[in-house]
Design a protein around this ligand. Structure first.
Ligand SMILES: Nc1ncnc2c1ncn2[C@@H]1O[C@H](COP(=O)(O)OP(=O)(O)OP(=O)(O)O)[C@@H](O)[C@H]1O
Length: 259
């Protein structure tokens, strides 16, 4: 399997605090890789470093062999490494369909000025974006909500819309930040299937997630952080049996590893 992303000795300091400490691992093409760890372990910071929302203090992230650390996040997204848009970046006053269409503009060949002037490229893109948006909406089972305004959607559907917006940017790697948080059992089962479906489309998926049964069920491989340091990497079975991982979770008061 080809290595799509290489995280090489990445460190991030916030003043005196080392949030991510000399972390290295690779992400392979079309795998589902989860990053887990107790609260404050550095998972979100690592995601921000990979998607270039933060610059590493030292180390670097390579995508297809090219350094992406230090590039603006929208440039990294255009290259294909996309972090799912949090619920706060969904345009709440717009419909599901319009939200997904707008996200396509990230991959548009036309300039925004072209859209206002109605150039041929812009018109072609608009037709294509509408078709593609409908396909993604159907794929994520949001067809019945297509014309609903985002602010009226329940939590689960909003999460699906976040993933739809991510898919609309045509990512190679999709980074999902806690996609199962706040979901009940049935919603999680559905969301796990949705993420599997995303991978089936050829997308490589990186997750940060606290829901251990879901992580164990869905991941090809898992990277475990504790106090910013990578303490383990392996298959779900290897991680479940890893002494360091068990210790790290036993030390955490507010959650259990749940297996
Ligand atoms: N912008 C920042 N400035 C200062 N400290 C920060 C900043 N962002 C994160 N931290 C600190 O870095 C450490 C790692 O935080 P991070 O959010 O990456 O952990 P996490 O594993 O995602 O936690 P959780 O599971 O609770 O979301 C924490 O101690 C946090 O307080």
């Amino acid at each position: 399997m080809t290595e799509l992303l290489q995280i090489k000795a990445v460190t991030k300091r916030f003043g005196g605090l080392v949030a991510v400490n000399n972390v290295s691992f690779a992400v392979r093409e079309r795998e589902i890789l989860s990053v887990i760890g107790p609260n404050g372990a550095g998972k979100s910071t690592l995601f921000k470093l990979i998607s270039s929302f933060l610059n590493p203090t030292s180390g670097e992230v390579l995508f297809r062999g090219e350094r992406i650390s230090g590039l603006a996040p929208h440039i990294v997204a255009r290259k294909g490494v996309v972090r799912t848009f949090q619920e706060t970046t969904i345009f709440k006053g717009m419909t599901v369909r319009d939200n997904v269409i707008i996200a396509h503009h990230l991959r548009s060949n036309a300039s925004l000025a072209g859209f206002y002037l109605g150039t041929n490229t812009a018109r072609r893109d608009e037709d294509e974006f509408g078709r593609s948006a409908d396909e993604i909406i159907d794929f994520l089972d949001l067809g019945a909500q297509r014309h609903e305004v985002a602010s009226t959607l329940p939590h689960g559907h909003l999460r699906a819309l976040g993933i739809a917006i991510g898919l609309a940017t045509n990512p190679t790697v999709l980074l999902l930040d806690e996609p199962f948080a706040g979901m009940n059992h049935d919603e999680t089962v559905r969301a796990v299937e949705m993420v599997r479906g995303v991978r089936k489309r050829g997308v490589t998926v990186l997750l940060v997630e606290h829901d251990m049964p879901a992580v164990m069920n869905i991941s090809d491989r898992i990277v475990v952080l504790n106090f910013g340091v990578k303490i383990a990497e392996g298959t779900p079975k290897e991680i479940q049996e890893n002494e360091k991982v068990i210790e790290a979770y036993l030390g955490a008061e507010d959650e259990t590893i749940g297996f």
